[in-house]
Write a protein that binds this ligand. Structure first.
Ligand code: UDP
Length: 387
């Protein structure tokens, strides 16, 4: 049996590799060896627990808040002996963190074929998101197999001279994970969240945490949310707020006195998926949420000036609104007051996946390793929403 080492460290990586690890654990041709860099601690543990995944190895690379350079050096240093000991037939990374870039280089230097899940995303600006745009471009130079979630991602890779035979369009495994998660019965542990969901009031779900927005841009967003809370007192703003104190220092003072703003600790992934399902409009700067919400028929306003996920903008289910106070208030008001605008965004097709990205990814990996054949590429126009 062949072995594939899977290296990951954050909650979004944990969500997106979970369906793959679970499917591989049941497969007979390919065994997963799961290595965590544990960039996220509690948030990642929650995801691992929900999906029943226990990493085989956990690296000790994040102690004492390392610089990106020290972190990269530690990952290279600690992963190398594992590559020698286990001699995996391939190494898989997901996305664009420093874990992905460093583990990718470690595999390449050991001549182990590198598989990149969620390959080909580009913002077009090397400084934003930072350092993720550079990380994913570096990995695209050295990967043997690029699992692109969408045709647009494949086109980005082709534009950088990646050979077409090394790209498979799979859809995003985040949708596979979401399909599974919303089908499960998940109670909310925070009674204030349960109360909001049970109240039947319309929920504006907000997440905001991106480093490049901290400071002025985030203050503008906070001001917009305060105005929205006043303009629509019958609705509730539900805000699972990131643990970063810099984020809390901006949003909490601006919104805490408002009776229709409910802050909660970051929800664990299954609860967040259910909150998303219960919401009316989503305001976010998260990448993963932009992909998930369309599957549940929720309009998304993106609190960023650019996105590496343009597909949903083209499909009409996501709108880039940036962090300008007036623009955010305007767009929310438009969705609230104009049912046709709302319906158009809520019923658009999800371009990110049909729930079968896992099997396409595994088939493409099996082909890379000479033990199987690929499945047809994911074609977004035939995707139904989750019921
Ligand atoms: N998420 C979560 N709890 C929250 C907010 C988000 O579980 O309180 C999930 C969400 O469903 C998505 C992922 O975390 O799958 C996105 O993570 P994040 O926004 O941290 O990172 P990004 O996607 O921007 O890299």
């Amino acid at each position: 049996m062949k072995t594939i080492m899977i290296v990951y460290g954050t909650r979004p990586e944990g969500i997106k590799i979970a369906p793959l690890v679970l499917a591989l654990s049941r497969a007979h041709s390919l065994k997963p060896l799961v290595v965590s860099t544990r960039q996220h601690t509690d948030m990642l543990d929650q995801v691992n627990t929900f999906f029943g995944i226990t990493p085989d190895v956990t690296l000790d690379v994040f102690r004492s808040n390392p610089s990106l350079n020290l972190l990269s050096a530690r990952i290279l240093d600690q992963l190398d002996p594992l590559l020698v000991e286990h001699a995996p037939d391939a190494l898989l990374v997901q996305g664009d963190t420093t874990t992905v870039m460093a583990a990718g280089i470690a595999a390449f230097y050991r001549r182990i074929p590198l598989v990149h899940l969620e390959a080909g995303l580009r913002s077009g600006n090397i400084m934003s998101p930072y350092p993720e745009e550079a990380n994913r471009k570096i990995v695209s130079q050295i990967a043997a197999l690029h699992l692109a979630p969408t045709p647009e991602a494949r086109d980005n890779l082709l534009g950088e001279h990646v050979r077409p035979e090394n790209i498979a369009v799979t859809g995003n495994t985040v949708i596979d994970a979401l399909h599974y998660t919303v089908s499960q019965d998940v109670p909310f542990t925070d009674p204030s969240v349960q109360k909001v969901v049970d109240s039947g009031r319309r929920i504006l779900l907000v997440t905001s945490h991106r480093r490049e927005s901290i400071g002025e841009p985030m203050q503008h967003t906070a001001r917009a949310l305060a105005q929205i809370a006043d303009l629509f007192p019958e609705d509730v703003i539900l805000f699972p707020i990131h643990k970063n104190p810099a984020v809390r220092d901006i949003f909490v003072p601006a919104l805490d006195p408002k009776p229709n703003v409910v802050f909660t600790e970051p929800l664990d992934y299954p609860q967040f998926a259910h909150a998303l399902d219960a919401s009316h409009i989503v305001l976010t700067d998260s990448g993963g949420v932009q992909e998930e919400a369309p599957s549940l028929g929720k309009p998304v306003l993106v609190l960023r000036d650019n996105t590496e996920r343009p597909e949903a903008i083209t499909a009409g289910t996501v709108k880039l609104v940036g962090t300008d106070t007036e623009r955010i208030v305007f767009e929310v008001t438009r969705l609230k007051n104009n049912p046709d605008t709302y319906r158009a965004m809520a019923t658009a097709v999800n371009p990110y996946g049909d729930g079968h990205a896992t099997e396409r990814s595994i088939a493409a990996i099996e082909q890379l390793l000479g033990i199987g054949t690929r499945k047809p590429d994911f074609a977004p126009h035939v995707v139904p929403r989750v019921a």
